[in-house]
Design a protein around this ligand. Structure first.
Ligand code: NAD
Length: 296
């Protein structure tokens, strides 16, 4: 069997059409959503992600406020900028591209963003709301992007065994929490495995749906996958590739070619989860704008 591809580009375009409709609705009321994207330093991968976010804002006519701070920028400089953006009525979402340079205390920075503008859903207040199943905060962009991918692909999660590989605060933990929600499009039985898990392949082999978020190129191999399982690859890894003009290529956390022979459905890298993350970021920015104008 060769797996059917879950097309993140196509599904994210659908989400972005809904986003565009909501921006038009706001514009009809003379309101323009605004997203502030802060990059500290010159990490090449971060530059790519920031450019993609700014470009999507432009396409959707969301105002982007793009701030680049020197790689030696201090915490005080960054906190002063966030303080200004917190008070700016034209800014409805604020994000600091991860990972920042080592002098920056990422958690402190996240907690300095007012929860109402924390469109990444990293702030403790929004993480708490998400965990409680409340909808008056935000949904974390990548994990929620995965939930939308599954729902719009007609893949049921209710009662299914989902194995999430990875327990980061950004992907693995919130992914586990969203899959557990009492909701017809969640309601899964979830196992979260990580670097301290014993018998990881044995557990992954029991999964109906595997979500890989490890950050290790091609870690998940065909022998870990149950015949017919659905495989969602969150990983984005740069590996050297002499045949590419850039000198590298992007691969996921899943060994795509062999796993695609065993899975029923699979996301590619690139073109799977990545575009969904940005679509949800835009959705959250629009939601924030609506909430700040009492339209939700
Ligand atoms: P992270 O490094 O913060 O976390 C990785 C997790 O994997 C950790 O919890 C760790 O316990 C687990 N892990 C590491 N090695 C392991 C091993 N050998 N066995 C079992 N578990 C292991 O990474 P992250 O921020 O969660 O990102 C994971 C991947 O997803 C990366 O490739 C990242 O680039 C990618 N990512 C993609 C998007 C997107 O939009 N597609 C968004 C965020 C992250």
């Amino acid at each position: 069997m060769t797996a059917q591809i879950i097309d993140g580009k196509m599904i994210s375009a659908e989400v972005n059409r809904e986003n565009a409709e909501n921006v038009a609705l706001l514009k009809s009321k003379n309101i323009t959503p605004g997203l502030a994207v802060i990059l500290v330093g010159d990490n090449p991968a971060s530059q790519v992600y920031v450019r993609a976010k700014v470009k999507k804002c432009e396409e959707l006519e969301i105002t982007s406020f793009h701030h680049v701070l020197d790689k030696d920028a201090t915490m005080d400089e960054l906190l002063a900028l966030i303080e200004r953006l917190n008070k700016d009525e034209n800014v409805h979402g604020i994000l600091v591209q991860s990972p920042p340079p080592p002098q920056i205390d990422e958690q402190k920075v996240i907690e300095s963003i007012v929860p109402e503008k924390d469109v990444d859903c990293f702030h403790a207040v929004n993480v708490g709301k998400m965990l409680l199943g409340r909808t008056d905060g935000f949904f974390p962009c990548t994990p929620y992007g995965v939930m939308i991918l599954l729902e719009k692909s007609g893949i049921e999660t209710a009662g299914k065994h989902v194995v999430v590989i990875g327990r980061s605060n950004i992907v693995g933990k919130p992914m586990t929490a969203l899959m557990l929600q009492k909701n017809p499009h969640a309601n899964a039985t979830v196992t979260c495995v990580h670097s301290m898990t014993k018998n990881l392949p044995e557990l992954v082999r029991q999964a109906d749906i595997v979500v890989a978020a490890i950050g290790k190129p091609e870690f998940v191999t065909a022998d870990m996958i149950k015949e017919g399982a659905v495989v969602i690859d969150v990983g984005i890894n740069r590996v050297p590739d002499a045949s590419s003009p850039k000198g590298y290529k992007l691969v996921g956390d899943v060994k795509y070619d062999e796993v695609a022979q065993k899975a029923s459905k699979i996301t590619p890298v690139p073109g799977g989860v990545g575009p969904m993350t940005i679509a949800v970021l835009m959705q959250n920015t629009i939601k924030s704008c609506m909430m700040q104008h009492n339209l939700l």
